[in-house]
Design a protein around this ligand. Structure first.
Ligand code: GLU
Length: 299
């Protein structure tokens, strides 16, 4: 059973904090799940099971243009086929239902208005093109564009009423270092204004940003440890600023290695159909073989 999720301990990695531990698996159904998801979700599963805690499944289907019902159903099915299970989720309910972000919009709206009242966000009417043309710097870590300094709104500018049909950005404290302890990588720190800029919390199509929704839900659902891919390390710093703004204590963090696309050597993306879990299953691979392949393709 090597590589099987049934094997509940992981050498070298201390388990989380016991029965009260709550973890989550939170896929975005904008494509078929691939080897990278299998690897990360297995770690999330094992760490919670090793501690005798509770694992929940949350469908992060915020973006109506990218998420599709067939991907929502496929993600649940693919992960069950792999042998993963969860205690709360959209297919089995639980005390924190609904577990689909598209059904939690009133919570996000309430929270964005709170950030607005606190004067921590501002409307940013610039189009993507205008932002690109301002030749903004990029984060040296995740390559994200830093919102151009010339478009930032000063903290003392008069507050306009909250309009959900506008883009709203969180004003980051320039130059401040945001440190956190990662349970796999040790101490990490990212600097506001250099590693990440003013980030979106609300989009003009009335949808909250990933950063806002994930913080809102991890807090509301009592998550004690967030397990996800290393590609989201900088997002953790952004999210810590939101925890601070709301006065909430953050969970612990565990960022997993990414899985590479064997053709390019780059991180595997959802667009790589041939490494989708469905495809591998169709080719006759067993769950153990899928996990073994994911382990062999670590970046
Ligand atoms: N929904 C995100 C994704 O599928 C993961 C979010 C998270 O784990 O914080 O990439």
């Amino acid at each position: 059973m090597q590589g099987s999720p049934k094997e509940a301990t992981l050498p070298g990695i201390p388990p989380p904090e016991g029965r009260a531990c709550r973890g989550r698996i939170a896929p975005t159904p904008s494509g078929w799940l691939h080897l990278g998801h299998a690897a990360t979700f297995r770690v999330a599963w094992r760490r919670v099971r090793a501690a005798g805690g509770t694992l929940l499944y949350r469908t992060e289907d915020l973006d109506p243009h990218r998420c599709r019902p067939e991907y929502v159903a496929a993600a649940l099915e693919d992960l069950r086929w792999l042998g993963l299970d969860w205690d709360e989720g959209p297919d089995c309910s639980g005390p924190h239902a609904p577990y689909r972000q598209s059904e939690r919009l009133p919570t996000y709206r309430f929270l964005v208005e709170k950030l607005h009242r606190l004067g921590l966000i501002y409307p940013a009417p610039q189009s993507r093109r205008e932002i690109r043309e301002a030749a903004p710097p990029r984060s040296p870590h995740d390559g994200e564009i830093l919102f151009p300094p010339g478009f930032r709104r000063p903290a003392d500018a008069p507050l306009s009423p909250f309009d959900p049909r506008m883009n709203w950005r969180f004003r980051v404290p320039d130059g401040r270092k945001v440190p956190f302890a990662d349970r796999r990588l040790g101490l990490k720190a990212f600097r506001a204004g250099r590693d990440f800029g003013d980030f979106l919390v609300w989009r003009r199509d009335s949808v909250p940003s990933y950063e806002l929704a994930v913080v809102a839900d991890d807090h509301a659902m009592g998550i004690t440890e967030v397990v996800r891919g290393e590609d989201l390390l900088v997002s953790t710093a952004r999210q810590l600023l939101l925890y601070e703004a709301f006065g909430w204590s953050p969970p612990a963090w565990f960022h997993c290695p990414l899985v590479a696309d064997p053709d390019t050597g780059e991180r595997l993306a959802k667009t790589h159909r041939s490494l989708a879990l469905r495809e591998l299953r169709k080719q006759g691979l067993t769950p153990d073989e899928v996990f073994a392949r994911a382990d062999g393709q670590r970046l």
